[in-house]
Every structure is written in C-alpha cells, then in structure tokens.
Design a protein around this ligand. Structure first.
Ligand SMILES: [Zn+2]
Length: 268
C-alpha cells in the first residue's frame, strides 16, 4: 500500500498541466485505481517509464502510447494528463507517454532513425531504436491488449484531397491498416466528433496500406490486435491539440468498456 501511495505521489506531482474546469474530486476518486510504475530498457540508454492502471473490476486491456516521434508534443502531454487525472474502475490501461524518450527529450522526431520504422525490432542491435521496438513488441505480446492507440501529430491539415494521397499523415485523422474499417473505429470517430465543433477540428477515418516496418502494422499483423493511430494537426494551438488527443484516447477507452472517471474536457 505504501508503495502505491508513493507512486501516486510521484505521478500527481510530476505531471502536466490541467486542461479541465473541475478537478476537485479527482483525489477522492483516485482511490479506486491501482497504478504501477514500470520501465522499458532498465539501465539502457532509453530507460523509459510507463504506467499500468488497474481498475478494481476485471475488464478489457488497452495500451496508449505517445511520443513515438519526439517532436509530437501533444501526444505525450495528453498521456501525462491521463496519468495525472484518470481513475480507472475496470480493466487495465497501460500508458507510455514518451515511447521514444531520447527523441522526446531533445524535441526531435528521431535520434538515429525513425523509431516507427524500426519494427518488429531487434534486441541485439547496436541502434537503440531496434532494441526499444523489440521491447515494445514484447510488452504487447505479454499483456495481449484488446486495443492499442498510438498518438501522433501531423504537419498537414486534412482536406478532401487527402484521399488522393493517402500515405501521408494529416490532422485530424485516425489511421487503420485494415479495410473495411472495423465497427469499433467507425463508432469511436463518430462519437469523438460529437464533442468537437464542426469543421477542421473533427476527425476522419483514414486508411494506410500495410507497412512491414511500422508499429501499427506489426501489432495488427503479428498479434491480431486492433490498433489505430490518432493524428492531430500541429498547426492548431497546443491546448487544442492536447484536448483533441485526450478526446480521442478517452473515447476509445469508453468504446471498449474501460469504465473510468476523467474530468470533462471542455472544448473552449
Ligand atoms: Zn508521428
């Protein structure tokens, strides 16, 4: 118990800004969540903290990752806020805010190579991105989640012509490498858009063809696990980008039945 309280103290003091109007009851409700701090690459150059939330009731398992690209800052700011304020009542949520921590710490997309092109990884490689990718795959294989959501950001705003150049990243889109789109994806995007005003801020479903080197495609093809990539547009204000990432991540939690409390994300 002491250990859990200690970790909670670290989490609540070390993390993020507030994006909500009402956080008064968070501390009380937090007692319903167990949180464990763990690491990728302990004692390696990329030692990476991640958080395992467990509700008191059984339920589905989801992995939420940010910071695969180190300059997509809204992704790990959203993860940090979830780590700080989430109360999970059922199931398991694993949050990895800065998956490529070395790139995040220098606010660059990558260090040696694009980490998202290093999958399924190689534990013997001299290049840390391959070792990290291997460890990420190992974590996925060992917890066998029902869903993996990857948070990213894009430099190009979505427009109807995006369909003619589909292999590019746009904001706002949620990417799948499976067609036809799964019901879960369609439902989640419809419901997240109910919390977002009409226009450029709304999400679109988007298809990427299979890429053997990417994280998403490896999760889907090697483990048969549903996985989607959320892209917010980097041209928006940072508060909006973080809110958009939060809305997407929390909606996926709702859709798969991860019962939780999180302070309402107010759009404006
Ligand atoms: Zn990215």
């Amino acid at each position: 118990m002491k250990k859990i309280l200690f970790i909670l103290a670290i989490v609540t003091t070390a993390y993020g800004q507030s994006y909500y109007s009402d956080t008064s009851s968070v501390e009380d409700k937090r007692q319903y969540t167990f949180v464990k701090l763990d690491y990728f690459g302990l004692n390696d150059e990329y030692e990476t903290p991640y958080f395992v939330f467990k509700g008191k009731k059984p339920g589905p398992v989801m992995i939420l990752d940010g910071g695969i690209h180190g300059d997509e800052i809204a992704s790990y700011m959203a993860c940090d806020s979830i780590v700080k304020y989430l109360n999970l009542y059922s199931g398991t949520l694993i949050v990895i805010p800065k998956t490529n921590i070395k790139a995040c710490n220098i606010n660059e997309r990558q260090v040696n190579l694009d980490f998202n092109h290093a999958f399924p990884g190689d534990l013997q490689s001299d290049t840390y991105e391959y070792r990290l990718a291997y460890e990420f795959m190992w974590l996925v294989d060992s917890v066998k989640p029902d869903l993996i959501i990857n948070l990213h950001e894009a430099r190009t705003k979505w427009n109807p012509k995006a369909l003619s150049d589909p292999e590019k990243a746009y904001g706002q889109i949620v990417i799948s490498c499976v067609q036809p789109f799964e019901d879960l994806l369609i439902r989640a995007v419809d419901n997240m858009n109910k919390n977002i005003p009409e226009g450029d801020f709304r999400y679109h479903t988007h298809y990427y063809s299979y890429r053997e080197y990417s994280s998403l495609d490896n999760f889907v093809s090697k483990f048969n696990i549903k996985s989607y990539t959320v892209e917010s547009y980097r041209g928006f204000a940072i508060e909006d980008r973080v809110k958009l990432q939060l809305i997407a991540a929390l909606q996926f939690m709702k859709e798969i039945g991860l019962d939780h409390y999180y302070p309402e994300v107010n759009w404006k």
